[in-house]
Write a protein that binds this ligand. Sequence first.
Ligand SMILES: Cc1ncc(COP(=O)(O)O)c(C=O)c1O
Length: 467
Amino acid sequence: MKKYQYEIIAQNLESKIIDKMWIGGEKLPSIQKLTEQYKVSKNTVIHALRELEASRLIEARPKTGYFVTNLFEQKNPISPNSETLAPMAVNLSELFNDIMQRGAAFDILPHGSNTSPSNHINILNRYLNKAQRSHTQQKAMHYDSPLGSVDLRFQIKEHYRSVGLNITASDYCITAGCQNSLFLALMATCQPGDNVAIESPAFYGVLQLLEKLQLNVIEIASSTIDGFNPTELEKALQKWKIRACVVTPSFATPSGASMPAGHKKQLVEIANRFDMVLIEDDIYGDLHFTERAPPLKAFDSQDRVILCSSFSKSLSRDIRLGWIAGGRWHKKICDLKLVTQLAGNQSIQQGMHAFMAEGYYRRHLHFYRQVLKRQRDQLIVCLQTHWPDSIRFSIPAGGLAIWVQVDPHIDTAQLYQLALGLGIVLTPGALFSVSGYYKNFLRISFAHPTVGERERAIRKLPSLLWT
Ligand SMILES: Cc1ncc(COP(=O)(O)O)c(C=O)c1O
């Protein structure tokens, strides 16, 4: 469809606002200047500015000009879930499996991404292919060692050393992804019937593990800004025996919250006092838009934090490479890996090691964080301009998703099938808790740019949700 000139100018100004050419509160160039710059009539510029004003991207101040709205100010934080619930068994609905199988929980479109692969994925593939080609007959006839490639563990150790975690390469074990690491951690430390504390809302993969391992869940009231709340955990520990706690200290999904360093110290201190296992999910730790915070394990004084992570969110979900640093349960975890998986793929580990050793992972992260931050801003602008004023959402300083609270009467899980019929995959709030809170919540990912078909899908959603 052909675009009018005023629409092209409005779009161009919008991109510049997202790119922070002018920040919130800053004045746009005068109408006269924009007229000269775009070589159009004054009326066309005014028409474009009115469009942006209607989208709440800018505001007119009488006799002064147009100013960029402060879009990224947290005006309406999400209402916290303020109740910690008693231990309960986990019985999940079919919806969980359906979403997991669709593999699209990080894309609003059902048919996956049509974005071209980043340069780093091409380079990674070159390293993986090279490792595959040099795969010797001798390797093909032998299983990998239970801990996994020493070279790759060395690179992971170095990576963490730069963010304040000083453990050795032999303290890590390579796994088939973070979900696999979380499984090994829970298997090694808990017995059926044990209570496990998690943040609320929490990653649905952990709920699925608790269900399969017959562990009871205690959802701890958490903040959408500061994440897991150690004071709430301590109150729960005074009432119930809790064997382990699974927590995502950096950019937890779905809330995007991150724990301040003081809360991490407090959490470790409480775990020491109550002899509780701490299982840390650090999968989003490297996707920070400001500073990399040290992991919880960096505060561990009694070897009771089990660090779990993978390359799935930071680089590729497809290479299925993760790791676990099991502290005092390290040997038991390695034994469990051996009996459940036998061994990992040697050439993929070798290729990933070379990719890291030559600095590509570091460079990729540097670039990818900027891309993600821009995509986060695009999504925020889209929500601010096309969704009703009544919504509330998180503004995470990293990670991959925004947590959106819509009006209380809306049940996002009920609309899942309807949305699917329209070619939109919702990630309903109900997936992230067994409590029944979060019915009127959605997780929306910014793993892809909010442009084209994806932007149209997100713009279309309010008419579905508010019917
Ligand atoms: C918080 C969190 N932990 C773990 C996983 C699983 O990661 P992996 O693909 O490495 O198994 C995910 C995937 O969505 C996740 O969001």
